[in-house]
Each structure stands twice: as C-alpha cells, then as structure tokens.
Ligand binder design. Sequence first.
Ligand code: DX5
Ligand code: ZN
Length: 222
Amino acid sequence: MSESKYIIAPSILSANFATLGEEVVNVLNAGADWIHFDVMDNHYVPNLTIGPMVCKSLRDFGVKDFIDVHLMIDPVDELAQSFIKAGADLISFHPEASKHVHRSIHAIKDQDCKAGLVFNPASSLDILENVIEDLDLVLIMSVNPGFGGQSFIHSSLDKIEKVRKMIDETGKDIRLEVDGGINNDTINLAAKAGADTFVAGSAIFNTDNYEQTISTLRAQIT
Ligand code: DX5
Ligand code: ZN
C-alpha cells in the first residue's frame, strides 16, 4: 500500500452518530487520511456499535476516502464479506475470533479488499510469523478493545518494535497501525517504536477544531 508515510485515521467511535455523515466529511476535510470504523458485537467485546449498513450509508453519502474497518466481532467471515460489499477498503480482525485465520485473510483478499490482523495487549505475536506476508496491515491495540477514551498501555511499544522488525524483514509494503489512547503525548512514542498509521478517536472528535487537532497531532511526529 504505497501512501503517505504517516497516516492519521480518526475513529468514528467518538464521533456524533446523530450527524455521522457530516462528521466524517468534516474530519476528512480537516486533513484525516483514513476513516477508522470500529465494529463491536457485544460478544467479542463488551460493547455494540455499527454494521455494514452504516458503511454503505457513508458511501452513499458521497464519502470516497479510505475506510479502515476494525472488526471486533466473533465470528469474522460472514460480516467481513458484508463489509466488502458495503464499500470497505481494508478489513482487520482479531485472530482469536476466527477458527481459521489464514482462510479468513484470504477470503477478504480474494474479493480485492485489503486485510489486517489485530493484536490485543495480552495477545502473543506467534501467529503473525505464519501469515505476515499475506497481510496489508498489522494493528497493535494499545488499549483493550471495546471503548474509546482509555489510557495508552505503554507495554504495547515493545510489541510495535517487534512487529516493525518483522515487517522490515519481509521487505513488503505492510502498514503498522496503533489503536487506543493516541494523543499529543503518545503519538510520537508509537511512531518512534515503528508505527506509521495512527488511530485516534477521542483525541480528535472530543475537540472543536478538527483541523487544528489533526495538524497538532501530526506535528508531534518527529
Ligand atoms: C477501541 C477502538 C478504538 C477506539 C480508540 O476498541 O478500537 O479505535 O475508538 O479510541 P481512543 O482514540 O479514544 O482511545
Ligand atoms: Zn479500532
């Protein structure tokens, strides 16, 4: 995926759902690169959010930018296909939620959609060795999934460093995304550890001036 070096992906989990289309347009006009779309099922995680119909509604509303779908659901495969039909550009899922991770990755890629794998703070990276070459993105959770507005878990930095080495060894164009507790104090820690794609929910949507917030976040990366 050749794109700009650093990508900011606002998580719409913290947006105003009553005016979601406008929120998404505003944050993209304010300089966001991707839209991060958090899908929760009250089963894999203790929260319930939005499904493929909302993704399609954003496309129908005219949103043409990259939609980065983060599935926090179990099982994975059927809804992943629904999100592809609804216009997702990339779908990432948690390996614990799929019985056959390799099959789930390729079911996404076979439909010309990009695929990512997500690792929770307590999840081992072992499985990554077997599938890293097949992925377009690795997502390291720096909070436990389920809610916005949590504090950054600093032990995720070691994990980001390890994944950075693994990605570099493949020589492939695989993005390294970090999700949870990203703000002006943490974004550069994650960047220094090797992340190149940054999800931020509350740090962006809980402010009044998205443009200023995004440019300040970007300016922290040195
Ligand atoms: C948590 C979600 C995150 C969340 C991040 O399960 O995957 O994308 O919205 O929110 P902040 O940036 O507020 O930690
Ligand atoms: Zn997320």
